[in-house]
Write a protein that binds this ligand. Structure first.
Ligand code: ZN
Length: 275
């Protein structure tokens, strides 16, 4: 299924409706949904050649339709292309829109680009959100399709789950990855709640494709359920401070270096933050 194009940018999945690009970095996904009415672009990222390839793809299929760019959360890797695309309607959570430390995110982009000597043809800017998602179940209705949004705090405070129907596409941001266990950066309690929400989304929407922010998309419902239940199990074990937990996740996930750091951070988060 994997194939590569001229600029060494992996295309994970390509159907008549969806294309999922995978960055060389952290298996981060950039997703385009192509419909008769509009084009949706979710979290375009992150290297200049990759972002340009995504834009080229969008330019080729746009033919006068409206472009919507949706950000799943405000981590810098997910908003790094903000400022590059024109004439788009930007959608994100109200919390992303109202972050008071926007400058911090931009500094992270700047630090990344300086560290790796990266030049961009645009100046990254914090997203100016046109449609703010304020509550669970908020919808964007077009003639033949509907996009439903749910707030998904826990990894960050400003996360968003996106369901695109009637195509049954579930974009989960930095949840439900096959290469990462839960990375808790805002609240353990919220994370637990967000996984319950993921369960109810799978029960109440006819999901046919899950696209996580990092890792592989899947069309298998059993796999989606397995990703939810493993995340739930991980959080329970984390709370118990189970000693073997790190060994279990290292056996399960391929990129050990990042996993060790994230696991230690999750542990310290529980101790220090008590959220
Ligand atoms: Zn991320």
């Amino acid at each position: 299924m994997m194939k590569e194009n001229g600029v060494k940018f992996v295309i994970q999945l390509e159907t008549d409706k969806v294309i999922v690009f995978q960055s060389a970095l952290y298996m981060t996904t950039s997703t385009i949904i192509r419909t008769d009415e509009a084009i949706f672009l979710i979290d375009p990222c992150w290297l200049p050649t990759e972002i340009e390839r995504v834009k080229e793809y969008v330019d080729n299929i746009i033919s006068g339709k409206q472009l919507y760019i949706i950000y799943t959360h405000s981590d810098f890797d997910h908003i790094i292309a903000s400022g590059f695309f024109e004439n788009a309607i930007i959608i994100a959570s109200e919390k992303l829109s109202n972050r008071i430390d926007k400058e911090k995110i931009l500094q992270e982009i700047k630090a990344f680009d300086e560290k790796y000597y990266i030049n961009r043809s645009y100046t990254p800017s914090y997203p100016v959100v046109n449609i703010e998602v304020k509550e669970n179940g908020q919808q964007l209705k077009l003639k033949n399709m509907v996009v439903t949004f749910y707030l998904s705090p826990g990894h960050t405070e400003d996360g968003l789950f996106i369901i695109i129907e009637p195509f049954g596409i579930f974009l989960s941001g930095d949840y439900l990855s096959d290469v990462e266990f839960p990375f808790i950066n805002s609240s353990y309690t919220d994370y637990v709640q967000t996984l319950k929400l993921a369960n109810s989304i799978v029960e109440n929407h006819s999901i046919q494709l899950l696209v996580p922010g990092h890792g592989s998309a899947t069309e298998k419902i059993e796999e989606i359920n397995e990703r939810i239940s493993f995340s739930q199990w991980y959080l329970q074990e984390l709370k118990k401070d189970a000693k073997e937990l790190l060994d279990v996740v290292l056996a399960k996930y391929p990129f050990a270096y990042s996993m060790i750091d994230a696991h230690e951070y999750n542990k310290s988060f529980i101790v220090k933050n008590k959220k």
